[in-house]
Ligand binder design. Structure first.
Ligand SMILES: Cc1cc2nc3c(=O)[nH]c(=O)nc-3n(C[C@H](O)[C@H](O)[C@H](O)COP(=O)(O)OP(=O)(O)OC[C@H]3O[C@@H](n4cnc5c(N)ncnc54)[C@H](O)[C@@H]3O)c2cc1C
Length: 295
């Protein structure tokens, strides 16, 4: 059995939440709200993700959609500076595209009552890139409060960046967190960085309020230099970082006057997200191991 198969079992996720605690704001919506309130108090906004992905049964996708209704209502009630991010495979994309689209539209409708009605569609593995962008464009034809994520490691991304600039869509740019084959993705860090920066510059100069999602200080420094040289105002973009990753960098960017949004995942289905954080950084495996040993 592969590691991911083991940690994905409900019994494992129930017993071992403490392993993932550093990266996940809590198991309940209340705990997630408290985490966002703390970020807001430090001058950061948030985007909340109800954990789950690759859902293959409609009742589970329906529960995820309903969890977003609860989440959006909680953000409203607590008057927090936050919007939401979702994964289309959690909304049923692997079951039926039309059904996932209906769930996406239902969440967009619920979000329209919020102070920040924006809904970000996370980007997943390359098997669903086309379908994700297709559903994004269909939703975007109905409301502008929705935006996609583009992954700099994919060789197709410069074309997608130009398309999104043409649509005036709000893009989050990240490196990409899935294991992709060399035919379609750059796999060495220097190439990923170079392509990230090219796409970031295009989005910063010609795009609509891009989210620069990275903890990579080389990229962040290059972006800071670029916006200074081009006189791009700080209100024209935001840096985005993950909950529990480089909180020192998050605070530093705020103190320098940049807009910072933190991606805050919560819920009991944390295995896939946790696995990606562990595998992209071997120190995290030691960190998790230390939490086991210190109990
Ligand atoms: C806000 C946000 C949203 C994202 N959304 C998506 C998405 O929709 N789809 C997708 O495929 N990917 C997404 N990602 C993940 C992204 O693709 C990368 O996998 C992840 O951000 C690591 O890349 P990096 O740019 O931070 O650079 P890296 O080179 O991986 O890291 C740079 C530095 O950041 C720190 N760091 C990075 N990751 C960790 C970690 N896990 N633990 C501790 N320290 C760390 C370390 O100091 C490291 O040296 C998102 C990332 C962010 C920040």
């Amino acid at each position: 059995m592969a590691v991911l198969d083991v940690i994905q079992t409900p019994a494992f996720q129930q017993r071992f939440f403490f392993l993932a605690k550093r990266f996940i704001a809590g198991e309940t919506v209340g705990q997630a709200m408290d985490a966002v309130a703390a970020l807001n108090a430090q001058g950061m906004t948030a985007t909340l993700d109800f954990l789950g992905e690759d859902v293959v049964a409609k009742p589970e996708a329906d529960r995820t959609r309903d969890a977003y209704f609860e989440l959006l209502a909680a953000i409203r009630e607590r008057n927090l500076e936050a919007n939401v991010s979702l994964k289309l495979t959690a909304m049923g994309l692997l079951i039926d595209e039309e059904y996932a689209f209906a769930n996406l539209c239902a969440v967009l409708d619920a979000a329209s009552h919020n102070h920040d009605p924006f809904v970000r569609i996370d980007m997943e593995g390359s098997a669903v890139t086309d379908a994700t962008l297709r559903l994004f464009e269909r939703a975007y034809a109905e409301t502008k409060h929705v935006g996609p994520v583009l992954q700099a490691y994919l060789k197709r991304t410069p074309g997608d960046v130009e398309r999104m600039i043409g649509l005036h869509a709000r893009v989050r740019l990240c490196k990409g967190a899935y294991s992709e084959p060399p035919e379609i993705a750059y796999r060495d860090m220097p190439s990923i960085r170079t392509h990230y920066l090219r796409s970031a510059e295009a989005l910063l100069e010609r795009g609509n309020y891009p989210g620069i999602a990275t903890h990579d200080e080389r990229i962040i420094t290059a972006v800071e230099r670029f916006v200074r040289e081009r006189n791009i105002p700080r209100e024209a973009f935001e840096f985005q970082l993950l909950y529990g990753v480089r909180p020192d960098l998050q605070r530093r960017l705020v103190s320098e006057g940049y807009r910072v949004r933190v991606y805050v995942p919560y819920g009991t289905h944390w295995a896939g997200y946790f696995y990606r954080r562990i595998t992209e950084r071997k120190e995290n495996a030691f960190f998790a191991l230390r939490s086991v040993l210190s109990r």
